[in-house]
Ligand binder design. Structure first.
Ligand code: ZN
Ligand code: FE
Length: 260
């Protein structure tokens, strides 16, 4: 245990490829979890590590981020924070843009509205760390299920404006597949190939490819690179029309990725 910095963040694997992130205060043996799609692996982790749960944070309403809530409440009756604009049973504390969440012993977290994947999707941010659910993925972004492409684009731009050393804790292990798409749409970007190699090594060892940093994402994530001429050229070739704005390029890339 590091007495000066008692906070660590660990992943719990759930379902097919979800991560439930756990923020741990090693001094007080307490924990906060994000997006429990299942209860049992979370409860096992808390018991194995002798941690008391203090709160649950939810980024959006999808079942693979929320189905574990009832089982977790059954285990420890803690506050459940969730987006104001989405109906999620059992949420006790609604959050929206700029709401600050103060949990004793934990960094203050700020809610950011990042609609697009779902209409009320939020992220939890503290300097250096971002829990962004299914909005920004490593080398990719979430599908646009409820919002518009313009909303998703501006949510990603909002994340891109955070400090570059911010660690990105997203909710799925999609990185390798996302990087294959990134290499297809921007083949001359050497950083993408380097990242494919490093992520392949991690995955061979069955280690998570996460968290990444916002810097890595800006270097390799096509959905944060819509201003790059090479991406525009490939998106235009794919769609067969001229694309004049970054949002139009983003929209074409997102549709291309949907069928990749
Ligand atoms: Zn989702
Ligand atoms: Fe998901």
């Amino acid at each position: 245990m590091d007495a000066l910095n008692p906070i660590t963040i660990k992943p719990i694997r759930t379902l097919k490829d979800n991560y439930v992130w756990v923020i741990i205060n090693n001094a007080s043996h307490t924990a906060v979890i994000i997006d429990p799609g299942e209860a049992d692996p979370v409860i096992t982790f808390l018991n194995d590590n002798k941690l008391s749960l203090l709160a649950v944070l939810i980024t959006h309403h999808h079942w693979d981020h929320t189905n574990g809530i009832p089982g977790i409440i059954n285990h420890s009756d803690v506050p459940i924070y969730g987006p104001a604009a989405e109906k999620i049973p059992s949420v006790t504390n609604i959050v929206f843009e700029n709401i600050q969440i103060d949990i004793p012993g934990f960094p203050t977290l700020q809610a950011l509205d990042i609609p697009g994947h779902t209409i009320g999707h939020i992220a939890y941010y503290s300097p250096g760390i971002l829990f962004c659910g299914d909005t920004l993925f490593a080398a990719g972004c979430g599908r646009i299920f409820e919002g518009t492409a313009a909303q998703m684009y501006s949510s990603l731009q909002k994340i891109a404006a955070l400090p570059e050393d911010t660690k990105i804790y997203c909710a799925h292990e999609y990185t390798l597949n996302n990087l294959r798409f990134a290499a297809t749409v921007e083949p001359s970007n050497k950083k993408i190939n380097e990242r494919i190699q490093s992520v392949t090594e991690l995955r061979h060892k069955n280690l998570p490819s996460l968290p990444s940093t916002l810097r890595e994402e800006k270097e390799t994530n096509p959905f944060l690179r819509c201003h790059e001429p090479e991406l525009r050229i490939h998106a235009e070739e794919h769609i067969g029309q001229t694309l004049t704005t970054p949002i139009a390029i983003f929209t074409a890339l997102r549709q291309w990725k949907n069928n990749f």
